[in-house]
Every structure is written in C-alpha cells, then in structure tokens.
Design a protein around this ligand. Structure first.
Ligand SMILES: Cc1cc2nc3c(=O)[nH]c(=O)nc-3n(C[C@H](O)[C@H](O)[C@H](O)COP(=O)(O)OP(=O)(O)OC[C@H]3O[C@@H](n4cnc5c(N)ncnc54)[C@H](O)[C@@H]3O)c2cc1C
Length: 340
C-alpha cells in the first residue's frame, strides 16, 4: 500500500472545498485497512476515514494526520428462504447495494435509493429517507479498532442507531470494513410519503423494489442541485428534536409548522419549514454559499468557495434560527479534523 503525502481532499468530497491530507492512503482490503491504521498509530497521528465524502466538510487548512479512503468493495447476496443476507464492502457504493437488493427482489432499502455515499458512510450516518432508515436492515459491521489494530464485529444491538447517528459516529476509532444487512423477499412497501403517494396516484408502477427505487430516484433528482460547478452535502442540518411543549409553542406562533411528537416526550420539527416560512431564508445567499431554493436544509456551494465561508454561513443560519425560535440546531455534516 502506498501512503501519499499532501493529497488534496476537496475533489474527494461532494462539497468540493477544503485543503489537503498530510498523509493519504486508499485501502482495498481489510489488510490494507490494518496497514494504514498501524501507520497512523505508530506515528501517533490522528486518523480519519473517508468514504465518498458526501457528508463531510474539510477545513481549508487540511488534515494534519492520516486520511484513509475506504475502497473495500464487493457485494454478495445469500438466499435464506423468505429472507436474504446481503454483505457489502464498506467502500461499495450505497446505491449499488440498493440495485443489488432490487435485482434479487429484496425489500427493505428501496426507499433509500439514490442516496450518495458508501456503505460504511450510510451506517455511520444511519441514512434515512422517505420513511425508511438504514437501522431497520442493519445486521452487523466488521470493524478494525484503530487504537489496538484488532478486528471485531459490532452487532445490531450495539450499533446504537438514532436519527442520523450511530455507535460508529460516536466512536470514530472503529473503522468499518464490511456491513451485513438482513433483507426480506416479502414486504408491504412504505409508499406513504407525500411525494411517493403522489407518484402512485399519477400511475407510477410501485410493486417491486426496483420500481420503487426508480421512482424514488426520479423524485430525488428534483430535490438536489444538479449543476456542474456546484457542491452540496445534502441536508446540512438535522431536523431539531425538542421538548414537546417548545414544539407546541412554536406551532402556535407559526401556524402550519409540521411537528412530529415522539414517545420520549419530545417532538421533531421541520427545520426546512422554519427556514422557509418562519425565516424566509429559502435561497438566502452569502457570496458563493446559499440555501437551496428547492430545499432550504441543503447548502449549495459554488466552486471556488472556501470551507471557512461554508462554516461561517452555517453559523449565520444557526444564529438566525436560534434568535427566532430558541432552537440550537445541529449539523448533520461533520467537519473533518475537528475532534476533541
Ligand atoms: C445530494 C445529496 C443527497 C443526500 N441525501 C441524503 C438523504 O436523503 N438521507 C441521508 O440520510 N443522507 C443524505 N445525504 C448525506 C450522505 O449521502 C450520507 O450521509 C452518506 O451515507 C455519507 O456516506 P459517505 O461514504 O459519503 O461518507 P463520508 O461523507 O465520506 O463520511 C461520513 C462519516 O462517515 C465516516 N466514515 C466513512 N467511512 C467510514 C468507515 N469505513 N468506517 C468508519 N467511519 C467511516 C466518516 O469518517 C464521516 O464521519 C445526501 C448527500 C448528498 C450530497
């Protein structure tokens, strides 16, 4: 395995900003993962694992440690009667996994079609869309502990999935090399989301996983910027989960605010709605950075922007939300290298 020096990271991310990695390695096997982790450990350098870079912000000053680009690929499907086990290399593309499941007529991840990124990134972030979440089909992950170099497995019970987070996100010392998913041959697909229900009413075929995935991809194509020269990391912020009384008070102040009560006495509120209707921030721009006109949770960055500009813009949006609602919003996108 070659360890390169001073490798620009911006082209390896979908935001397309930020500096270089002091050391950079590409791992195509678990042995190469171990090698890269040992290189970092022996030099006491911090290690950051990069998937497809679709949910990270790289600081302009770069990363003064080791960046490991995960490229362990391969997808296999094993038939187990009425269900199947799908095993994917951590660096396989998530959407290829959706295609593999569709090809075997397996349900469980069809609503997650079209989400950019790798298999490991999907598990770390517990990706979700159109009523589905990765946590529902996750079975286990093979990991290498970057502190000790040992291989181990994190099973479903230990994966601590919650809204856009997981055990892996909370414990970045574990580098995922492979993920196993449990999928089913028979399922009642969830077609309840408004966009999907509209497509169904318009006659879109939605009987098989492949048909549902195709429809979801078509819906998604309209939701995210498609222009060359523009970067994005999808939703930059999480929808806030706040005490129910706070959500009810906001709904009173801002009639129409979608709120989703949860069993724990809290409620999720739609940040996109607040940015659009309460703060009129849809399309709000500062130089080369703006909130996307079609979906204000999405930050769009014109090429040539800096990570500092993206960070300052995100802070400004967060401050406006806090002033208007009292909510301290959290980022979904992780700033690489900022680790205590
Ligand atoms: C246009 C667009 C649309 C999007 N839509 C959605 C959506 O609908 N729903 C949704 O949930 N997300 C969405 N996202 C966010 C993003 O696609 C997901 O979070 C994705 O799963 C990130 O995967 P990645 O491989 O790009 O991870 P990266 O961005 O490379 O990394 C993300 C995190 O995972 C860690 N990581 C990566 N690989 C490993 C590994 N092997 N072991 C340990 N840690 C690792 C990284 O260190 C980092 O902390 C969207 C992004 C874009 C650009």
């Amino acid at each position: 395995m070659t360890i390169q020096e001073n490798v620009p990271l911006a082209p390896l991310t979908t935001l397309g900003v930020g500096g270089a990695a002091r050391f950079f390695a590409v791992a195509e096997s678990v042995e190469e993962v171990e090698e890269a982790l040992a290189f970092a450990r022996e030099r006491s350098l911090p290690l950051f694992v990069l998937g497809e870079g679709s949910n990270v912000l790289i600081p302009d000053e770069g990363i003064s440690g080791v960046v490991l680009k995960m490229a362990v690929r391969g997808i296999t499907v094993e038939d187990r009667g009425d269900r199947a086990v799908l095993v994917a290399g951590a660096g396989a593309l998530w959407d290829d996994v959706v295609d593999a499941a569709s090809a075997h007529h397996l349900f469980g991840i069809e609503n997650l079609a079209g989400i950019p990124g790798s298999v490991a990134g999907a598990a770390v972030q517990n990706i979700g869309a159109y009523g589905a979440e990765l946590s529902r089909v996750f079975d286990a992950a093979d990991v290498v502990d970057s502190e000790t170099g040992t291989r181990t497995q994190i099973a479903r019970d230990a994966a601590a999935f919650a809204y856009r987070t997981s055990f892996f996100k909370q414990h970045p010392r574990f580098c995922i090399s492979r993920v196993t998913f449990a999928l089913t041959k028979d399922a009642e697909p969830d077609l309840s989301y408004a966009d999907v229900a509209r497509a169904r009413a318009a006659g879109a075929p939605l009987a098989t996983p492949a048909e549902i995935a195709r429809t979801i991809r078509a819906i998604r194509a309209k939701k995210f910027p498609q222009d060359e020269g523009e970067g994005t990391a999808g939703s930059f912020f999480k929808n806030p989960v706040i005490p129910r009384a706070h959500a009810e008070a906001l709904a009173g102040r801002f009639p129409g605010l979608p709120t989703f009560p949860r069993e724990d006495g809290r409620a999720k509120v739609s940040l996109a709605w607040l940015l659009d209707h309460a703060l009129s921030l849809k399309g709000y721009a500062e130089g080369p950075v703006r909130l996307y006109e079609e979906q204000p949770l999405v930050i769009v960055v014109r090429s040539g922007a800096t990570a500092a500009a993206v960070d300052a813009f995100a802070r400004a949006v967060a401050a406006r939300v806090h002033d208007a609602t009292g909510i301290a919003i959290e980022r979904e996108v992780e700033t690489f290298g900022v680790r205590s």
